[in-house]
Design a binder for this molecule. Structure first.
Ligand SMILES: *Cc1c(COP(=O)(O)O)cnc(C)c1O
Length: 417
């Protein structure tokens, strides 16, 4: 049947929602107003440091991930930069990143003065372990697996390969806060795990980030880099490592309070999201026209994204348009009419090896002996998966009726293909 000749499956407006801000409520107000009442908006100002909101937030992430250390930061990007610099990565080093991740993952490597090496993703839309191993050179120092769209990476394979080659693993958990792999929290596998509290993540503080690690040196160095004056605030940590110049990546107490309120909702949000995703998946998994995204561990999937593939890019675009006519907002992941900042070919400053300085970049600095190259077609498998992928955003306030409409609309569209 052709759309337009029948009534769309969904006629009433779509139930839009965003996981994070949707939940702003009394707890967020209480904790944020509490900061104003206490008149303490800077974590290192007077009073008991352990009573600061930033410290309490760190305590929560230590307990959530089982890490010995946590450091609150002003962004997820800052968490990645401090993790890399904390782990001693810098000029001359190559760091492997997946072809599909927010551009900040690659930018963080460059800010640490190292060189990003871009490798293929597979049908999980996360790092392909084989492509990762094939990309290792004598200069490779680290790898950043990114748990994209809430989906845990193939951590068993990735950790085995990293250990075999003596590489540092830094997990980018910005999109998968609260997710796990085989029962172990994401962020607890590598040398460090990096979270973001930006608005589009599962929980938000507007802006904010968190680094977790078991490594004392990473923690000390991350502290030093996150604050140019760190040695004056905390003698204990600072004494464990000689200071060097840092930035200012500190988290404000207001943002910390908001992140603290929101982070208490993570598990409850994921339970709801998993129910929704499982309902929809069960209603479409028998369809022969589509193939569901491979999820390396569905029990650890944060579950705010449903992805499936069509056999060709053209079919994916046709499917996407018909599904939209059935009243279900969706998008193909690549070729969606805009340059998606999550796809490597659109990272112009990486593709063109451009830094802030014209004559001194991580690629042309004296320490770098490798010869990485980039081109928009360097990861054809990744582009193929992304071209053929259709994504539907899920949120915790979707009703049973919303789920049934998604199922029905996908079934009607599949039957029309
Ligand atoms: C959002 C995001 C970041 C960066 O987080 P910010 O808080 O925006 O700096 C890094 N990596 C991934 C995969 C992200 O989605």
């Amino acid at each position: 049947m052709i759309n337009g000749e029948h009534t769309p499956v969904r006629t009433k407006p779509w139930n839009f929602g965003l996981h994070s801000t949707e939940e702003f409520g009394e707890l967020e107000k209480e904790l944020v107003l509490g900061v104003i009442d206490k008149k303490r908006v800077f974590r290192y100002s007077g009073g008991d440091r352990a009573q600061s909101e930033a410290y309490r937030l760190e305590e929560l992430y230590r307990s959530r991930t089982g890490a010995n250390h946590a450091l609150a930061l002003n962004a997820g990007t800052s968490a990645l930069v401090t993790a890399l610099i904390g782990a001693g990565i810098g000029p001359g080093d190559e760091v492997i990143v997946p072809a599909y991740t927010y551009i900040a993952t690659a930018a963080a490597v460059l800010i640490a003065r190292a060189v990003p090496v871009i490798v293929e993703i597979d049908d999980s839309l996360t790092l392909d372990p084989k492509a990762f191993e094939a990309a290792i050179t004598p200069y490779t120092k680290a790898v950043i697996p990114v748990h994209m769209r809430g989906v845990p990476c193939r951590m068993d394979e990735i950790m085995t390969i990293a250990n075999k080659h003596g590489l540092i693993v830094i997990e980018d958990v910005a999109q998968a806060n609260g997710g796990s792999y085989k029962g172990k929290p994401l962020g607890s596998f590598g040398r460090a795990g990096c979270f973001s509290f930006q608005q589009y993540k599962l929980v938000t503080a507007g802006e904010g980030g968190m680094l977790v690690t078991n490594d004392d040196t990473v923690y000390a160095r991350a502290n030093i880099y996150h604050d140019s004056a760190f040695v004056y605030w905390d003698q204990n940590v600072a004494n464990s490592h000689p200071p060097f110049p840092g930035e200012n990546y500190r988290l404000s107490e207001i943002n910390a309070a908001l992140a603290l309120a929101q982070s208490q909702r993570i598990d409850e949000l994921i339970v709801k999201l998993q129910q929704i995703k499982q309902t929809i998946t069960a209603g479409i998994e028998d369809l022969s026209q589509i193939r569901l995204q491979t999820i390396p561990d569905s029990e650890g999937d944060v579950s705010y994204s449903l992805v499936f593939y069509l056999p060709t890019a053209e079919q994916a675009q046709a499917f996407s348009a018909r599904l939209a006519k059935e009243g279900i907002p969706n998008g193909t992941i690549n070729n969606n009419g805009f340059a998606d900042r999550h796809i490597y070919k659109n990272w112009s400053y990486v593709m063109e090896k451009r830094g802030a300085s014209e004559h001194d970049t991580p690629w042309n600095c004296q320490s770098y002996k490798g010869n990485v190259s980039y081109s928009p077609d360097m990861c054809p498998k990744s582009l193929d998966w992304l071209n053929r992928a259709i994504g539907i955003g899920l949120h915790q306030r979707m009703t049973e009726e919303d789920c049934q409409d998604v199922i029905q609309a996908i079934r009607v569209t599949a039957a029309s293909m």
